[in-house]
Ligand binder design. Structure first.
Ligand code: SF4
Length: 251
């Protein structure tokens, strides 16, 4: 997929070990050549290793999620040191920096207690984990940037999901350009016209709700309508099921 008119390469955050950086607990990396080379044609990377940037050494004692899967703790496997609050505190500062990086998405390392965005092992009791956790940094990232396209490298092995992520990142980049120009509803309608075909090419594209939002039929303040529009647009392209018909208005 190419994009004339996007002069600057799209900036995507990525778990640093996926780029081949030797930041893993065992001194290794998780270089994913096919992914990095295929997506590198479209994107420039902003690497983040939460564990090393937070201050843990390489190599280091492994850490894992323990306790309640809905609110797990980040704990060293052997010494039992609890890094949860330290990691959250570091993440707050790092996320503030990333807010200025004009990111259009993030690719997380699957399975990591820091970077995994779904189905991370949580040790509830004993030695048998349940795969229901979210890494501490990934959770903080998604809470801070709820509209940014995010995915894990494992999912991006699937060509259709990879193409879908690229599409969402390009849409987000065009959205950034729109927002940089202090837009109004007229501009939102223009943006919608430019993306109508894309919306219609996705079975769950939510054309009707997007048209209502762009035409200001909901009589919402512009910022609220714009956030609802972007949320519905990206969810429609991804094929995400919204919890309720009014959820597009949540922001
Ligand atoms: S998964 Fe995340 S925390 Fe672990 S080495 Fe990779 S970037 Fe660092």
């Amino acid at each position: 997929m190419t994009e004339s008119g996007t002069a600057r390469r799209i900036r995507i955050g990525i778990s640093a070990c996926l780029l081949g950086q030797r930041v893993r607990y065992d001194g290794g990396h998780k270089w994913d050549g096919s992914l990095v080379e295929a997506l590198g044609r479209h994107f420039s990377w902003v690497p983040v290793c939460p564990e090393v940037e937070y201050g843990l050494p390489v190599p280091r004692e492994p850490i894992r999620l323990v306790g309640d899967p809905a609110a797990p703790r980040l704990v060293s496997v052997h010494t039992g040191i609890d890094h949860t609050e330290g990691m959250r505190s570091w993440a707050a500062g790092r996320l503030a920096e990333l807010a200025g990086e004009s990111l259009c998405g993030f690719i997380f390392k699957s399975g990591s207690p820091s970077s995994g965005m779904r189905a991370v092992k949580v040790y509830v009791s004993g030695s048998t984990p349940v795969e229901r956790g979210v890494g501490i940094f990934a959770a903080a990232f998604m809470a801070r940037f709820p509209l940014l396209p995010v995915e894990e490298e494992r999912s991006l092995q699937e060509p259709a999901l990879r193409e879908n992520f690229i599409t969402r990142a390009f849409v987000y980049r065009r959205w950034q350009a729109l927002m940089a120009g202090r837009p109004g509803f007229e501009d939102l309608e223009g943006f919608h016209r430019d993306h109508q075909q894309l919306v219609m090419s996705h079975p769950d594209g939510r054309l009707a709700i997007l048209e209502r939002l762009a035409a200001n039929e909901e009589q919402l303040p512009f910022d609220q309508a714009a956030a609802a529009y972007l949320r519905a647009l990206l969810a429609g392209i991804k094929g995400t099921v919204l919890d309720s018909p009014t959820e597009a208005n949540r922001h």
